[in-house]
Design a protein around this ligand. Structure first.
Ligand SMILES: Nc1ncnc2c1ncn2[C@@H]1O[C@H](COP(=O)(O)OP(=O)(O)OP(=O)(O)O)[C@@H](O)[C@H]1O
Length: 366
């Protein structure tokens, strides 16, 4: 069991990195608390596997420290770190039975026969592998093999954490949800720190209590799935989380208004002060399609948009609207009528976010 602390960690695959883009991991400080179920979420190439391999010891970071329970482990080999890693493709011995595969790590640790038997049966039961214990691994399906891979990490009492690197890639879509649920149960039963790498937000939010969202080698937000949805701290979080993502609109600050294409969105005095004090021209507002208010008629707070497209998705509809150069998406309920031709929309103040240099300008909290 371990708390994993990444201290001033950075990694470049280049010999002499010079600029931020030369780093696969840009300097970060992060703590994975003991016993947490975490997802490391982000698009392809953002650095997820690099970070996981640094934690497990397969890769030496170019800068900074990895600490388990306060002790630096940079110089420890992977097998000395007591970390189990489950990869995209199952790593098991095809010529052995399921039982032998699960028992293998324990035999290496010189556990007694009785203890091995107890642990293997316990883990096999949780993973629903009991019936298959005496089947040779080469006769298993891909998802059964992946369950054995996971089981090999779970049998050991000495495991500090289990790292999953896109473990459901090879699994049939209809079995994915079952295995995800299984992982959740395993986490509850064994209370092990688990870090689950994925580029799929649904997988991340069904597995994890907290998601670390990575972008360009940085964790841009670490929080509960709901926080990432309701309060994205970076424009990329707004864009990446949600389907469709947040509407992000470039604006300029004119007095106490955020202005785009002639639309004036009022900001409160405190926000205006915070934005203008950052002295940047890179100002954006963000609002989720779920919170855009779509009306049939105009009022003092609305502006007219052309309705470009309506996508009916069963219990809700996604409308694509255009105002000047700006495309805006709105989500409405299935029974709400779509205005024909022109819709009048407003951006409710309580759901409007302001970003300077891509980072959220935080409201004062009382
Ligand atoms: N062995 C390597 N040598 C050089 N560059 C690498 C190496 N491995 C990864 N990179 C680069 O480091 C960056 C991060 O890659 P990484 O594989 O960690 O991302 P990822 O988020 O896991 O992507 P994916 O989801 O596609 O696996 C990318 O720009 C990638 O091209």
């Amino acid at each position: 069991m371990a708390e994993i602390h990444l201290q001033s960690l950075a990694h470049s695959y280049l010999e002499e990195p010079k600029k931020p883009e030369d780093y696969a991991i840009r300097e970060m400080n992060h703590v994975w608390t003991q016993g947490g179920a975490y997802a490391l979420l982000g698009p392809s190439g953002c650095g997820k596997s690099t970070l996981l391999n640094i934690i497990s010891g397969l890769l030496q970071p170019s800068e900074g420290k990895v600490k388990f329970d306060g002790k630096e482990v940079n110089t420890l080999q992977p097998d000395q770190r007591n970390i189990a890693q489950v990869f995209q493709f199952p790593v098991i011995y095809d010529s052995m039975t399921v039982y032998e595969n699960l028992a293998f790590p324990l035999r290496n640790l010189k556990y007694s026969k009785d203890k091995i038997d107890k642990k293997v049966n316990e883990v096999a039961e949780v993973l629903e592998l009991g019936e298959l214990l005496h089947r040779r691994a080469n006769r298993l399906t891909a998802d059964e093999k992946q369950k054995v891979s996971m089981g090999r990490g779970l049998v050991r009492d000495d495991v500090s954490a289990i790292l999953f690197d896109e473990p459901l890639t090879v699994i049939d879509p209809h079995l994915k949800w079952k295995l995800r649920r299984k992982l959740k149960q395993i986490h509850e039963k064994f209370n092990i720190t688990m870090v689950y790498v994925t580029h799929d937000q649904l997988e991340a939010s069904t597995f994890a209590d907290k998601i670390a969202l990575m972008y360009q080698g940085q964790i841009v937000q670490f929080g509960e799935p709901r926080e990432l949805f309701e309060n994205p701290e970076h424009t990329f979080v707004g864009y990446f989380i949600g389907s469709p993502g947040m509407n992000i609109i470039e604006v300029s600050l004119e007095g106490d208004m955020a202005v785009f294409d002639g639309v004036k969105v009022p900001l409160n005095a405190n926000m205006v002060h915070k934005v203008s004090s950052q002295k940047s021209n890179n100002i954006k507002i963000g609002i989720r399609p779920e919170f855009v208010d779509v009306k049939n008629s105009s009022d003092a707070n609305t502006f007219p948009c052309d309705v470009l497209d309506v996508e009916n998705l069963g219990t809700y509809k996604i409308i694509t609207l255009q105002f000047g150069q700006q495309k805006i998406k709105a989500r409405i309920e299935e029974d709400q009528e779509v205005p024909s031709g022109v819709a009048h929309i407003s951006l409710p103040d309580e759901w409007l976010k302001v970003y300077v240099d891509e980072y959220l300008v935080k409201e004062e909290t009382a």
